[in-house]
Write a protein that binds this ligand. Structure first.
Ligand code: ZN
Length: 309
């Protein structure tokens, strides 16, 4: 009881006399998912307070926004999203926030601006209704080259929201892009170490189109570019036939997907389970992919060890 009173008193004092004057000056940035939050933290540094609507290990394809999200985007200086249909729930959320009592203007920035889009043309998906052939594949961040464009777009959005911070955002952005350049070379070197004939794997959903296009590992998936419906029995049978005929060495779990299907595919084909790939979401601080750079490093390590001879 005494503790409760003390806590209440502390909260009261805190609300009257802000203890963290500097923290209060930070601009409030909301991102749709954890990878964008990591980019925004790297560019924004100590001038920004970043929060993510979809948290660690969350699946942005099928997310259901909460009333707290409506409030969060209503109060944000800038909202940064992927776009290209990745956040299918975004328009309704933005409309709710615009109609809420605050009724303020909401600035939404698509971080994929200027990135050359890939169409998803996985032949498995054509006639199943859960997936539209020719749909844009939204997972552009899986190419590190594209991640640099995300970072530039986020830098420009922060400068627009907080012009006084322009010098800091440019310096932070340049430093982070230099780390991404090094990471891009690291991925290319890792893939070069895998024998060419073994550069093909199965993952749960089509999240690696941009990775495949830049680095040259083929990915096949029983599920399309979204996770919003289960793959059909026919999709799964087709993948199993393909693993056998092309002798695909490994199948991978994803942190956002149910592992049971991939375990079943592995046991029916004799392909090995290569571990977990982090696709659409980071992990929390204690997981193996708390940042974008850690995520890419984890994925290339999993791929190279599963595909080595
Ligand atoms: Zn995805």
């Amino acid at each position: 009881m005494i503790r409760t009173l003390m806590l209440a008193a502390a909260l009261l004092v805190g609300s009257v006399l802000p203890m963290h004057a500097d923290a209060d000056k930070r601009i409030n940035v909301v991102t749709s998912f954890s990878i964008l939050a990591d980019f925004a933290k790297n560019v924004g540094g100590d001038r920004v307070q970043v929060s993510s609507l979809v948290g660690p290990n969350g699946d942005s394809h099928v997310y259901t926004p909460t009333p707290a999200d409506v409030k969060a985007i209503g109060e944000a200086a800038v909202v940064i999203v992927n776009g290209w249909g990745f956040e299918g729930w975004l328009n309704r959320l933005a409309a709710s926030a615009r109609n809420s009592s605050r009724g303020g203007k909401i600035t939404i920035v698509e971080a994929t601006k200027n990135i050359p889009a890939l169409k998803d043309n996985d032949p498995h998906d054509h006639d199943h209704g859960h997936h539209h052939a020719g749909e844009i594949d939204p997972h552009a961040w899986q190419s590190v080259e594209n991640a640099k464009i995300y970072v530039q777009n986020i830098r420009d959005a922060l400068i627009k929201a907080d012009p006084e911070g322009a010098t800091a955002y440019r310096a932070n952005g340049d430093a982070y892009v230099a780390r991404l350049d090094a990471l891009d070379r690291e991925v290319q070197a890792a893939v070069a170490s895998i024998p060419k004939a073994r550069r093909k794997v199965i993952s749960s959903h089509d999240a690696f189109g941009y990775f495949a296009s830049r680095y040259g590992i083929a990915f096949l998936s029983p599920q399309g570019v979204s996770t919003d419906s289960e793959p059909s029995a026919r999709d799964v049978a087709a993948i199993i036939r393909q693993i056998k005929s092309e002798k695909i060495p490994a199948v991978f779990m994803e942190n956002i997907s149910d592992p049971r299907l991939m375990n079943r595919i592995a046991s029916e084909t004799g392909a090995k389970v290569g571990g977990t790939l982090y696709t659409d979401s980071l992990t929390d601080e204690n997981g193996p992919a708390p940042t974008y750079i850690a995520m890419v490093r984890h994925n290339i390590k999993a791929l190279t060890s599963a595909l080595a001879d």
